[in-house]
Design a protein around this ligand. Structure first.
Ligand code: TRP
Length: 467
């Protein structure tokens, strides 16, 4: 049976290590940085509700699909899909979906590393006491000072990429487990401490309402964003979870495991939102402030509470670790693939790919300063411009890559993975991998993978196109 195979890249010691690694991948900047700022930009509760629906009906089913494809294939996503497709008598071109995912993951890593670099800078800032007693304006200026300095950004971006490459070169299985066992619980505890602080701001109610008040008029705006973010935060749609599935022990139950990861990820995002927004309102800041939100509001909190300096320091260390365990999972599908394809060592393949991502990431570094006026995909009155300097509309390099990956590549990848698991693999293969005993639950899972998740992705795409 295919599932007796073991991957050449290693295997997790138990299902708990898979949970740890997958949660490490899922919990990252997406939860602590992106989720709150997107909720702010897209108007609060309506976004949150759509996001939760997308997680439950689309994200988790696709995570199931990815994990089971990975474990059955026991190779890099591209080769796993290729061999499973051939085995099932389908076209080997299904593996193109995994190839696209691989590229998407590298693109995400390119900007992810830059933002993770911000948290490295904040570790130093916190340690030096730069934020002690800081005002909202001061925190805004500090963040602006960082993003407008290309050298400082490049330094941290390079350092973060190096650290990521280091673990990948050693092998994920060996490199991740020990650190995550301590870091993940600690991150959660610190988020709870922050939540405690936000209770004391006197604006908790306001933050809570912002996060959970459902305003139907805002649904149209944010639905594709919510879908894209559901993919991003769960790390699905590119093969990250698939490659981790390939290292999963045969006996572990995929259903319960994936549900655990989905729940933990959602819990962290909601806690981060609940902790942040009361602070945003207490400081009189705009919730729709965009990517700088976390880097402006949290320093205000840490700058003004007892032991804030130490807590702030620990917090940004943990954010960096959470980002690091995520970035590893973005590089792994491509590294596994090129090791299989070229037979070169992990170290060589990793070095080449990390360098490539680093280069693309330089575009993001510059999009915050020297290239801030370089706008891509401009739809102007005189027609479409791929790149126009100083245009009104359009997207910066960073926005373009973020948009291309989250809004287009991740949903398309996820759609293909669900279709593949649901319709190409045999029902028995899926049953064997999921090992869900109750026939009712199994049919529910299969129905979510086959019908609900694909239709969900399509509906959102069509709704967006017809806007
Ligand atoms: N899920 C991570 C976060 O929320 C980011 C991440 C890791 C990711 N691997 C991924 C996003 C693969 C998309 C695809 O920060």
């Amino acid at each position: 049976m295919a599932s007796d195979k073991v991957s050449i890249h290693g295997a997790w010691a138990s299902r708990w290590v898979f949970i740890l690694a997958a949660t490490g991948s899922a919990v990252g900047l997406g939860n602590i940085w992106k989720f709150p700022y997107m909720t702010g930009v897209y108007g609060g509760g309506a976004f949150v509700v759509m996001y939760l629906f997308c997680i439950a009906l689309v994200g988790v089913p696709i995570m199931l699909a990815e994990t089971l494809i990975g474990r059955r294939g026991r190779q890099s996503p591209v080769n796993a899909m290729k061999s499973l497709a051939i085995e099932a008598g389908a076209s080997k071109h299904w593996s193109l979906a995994a190839l696209m995912g691989m590229v998407a993951a590298l693109l995400i890593l390119s900007f992810y590393s830059v933002v993770a670099g911000w948290s490295l800078d904040y570790i130093i800032g916190m340690g030096r006491g730069d934020f002690t007693g800081i005002s909202a304006d001061g925190a805004g200026a500090a963040f602006g000072g960082l993003t407008s300095d290309p050298w400082r950004l490049t330094l941290w971006h390079s350092l973060f990429m190096l650290v990521t490459a280091f673990v990948i070169a050693k092998g994920v299985v060996a490199g991740l487990e020990r650190s995550l066992r301590i870091m993940m619980p600690l991150l959660f505890v610190l988020l709870l401490v922050l939540l405690g602080y936000s209770f004391t701001t006197g604006h908790f109610r306001e933050g809570f309402d912002f996060l959970f008040h459902f305003d139907p008029s805002k649904v149209q705006d944010g639905i594709l964003a919510a879908m894209g973010h559901a993919f991003f935060t769960l790390s699905v749609g590119v093969g990250s979870i698939m490659v981790y599935g390939a290292y999963m022990p045969k006996k572990a139950s995929i259903g319960a495991t994936v549900l655990t990861v989905g729940l933990l990820d959602t819990l962290v995002a909601l806690t981060a939102g609940l902790a942040l927004f009361p602070i945003v309102f207490a400081a009189g800041l705009e919730p729709g402030g965009g990517p700088g939100l976390m880097f402006v509001t949290l320093p205000i909190a840490f700058g003004n509470i007892a032991f804030g300096q130490v807590m702030g320091l620990i917090f940004f260390v943990l954010v960096a670790v959470a980002a690091w365990s995520s970035s590893i999972s973005m590089l792994e599908p491509a590294v596994a693939y090129f090791v299989e394809k070229t037979g070169r060592s992990r170290a060589q393949v990793t070095a080449a790919l990390a360098l490539l991502c680093w280069l693309v990431g330089m575009g993001t570094v510059l999009s915050f300063n020297l290239w801030a006026e370089a706008k891509f995909f401009v739809f102007a009155e005189d027609g479409f411009h791929l790149l126009q300097w100083g245009a009104e509309g359009g997207k910066t390099f960073f926005d373009s890559i973020d948009y291309l990956t989250s809004r287009i590549l991740l949903p398309l990848g996820g759609l293909s993975f669900a279709m593949f698991a649901g319709w190409v693999l045999s029902r028995d293969a899926v049953r064997e991998e999921l090992s869900i005993r109750s026939p009712l639950l199994f049919n529910l899972a299969l129905w979510l993978i086959r019908v609900v998740a694909p239709i969900g992705v399509l509906i959102v795409f069509i709704a967006e196109l017809s806007k």
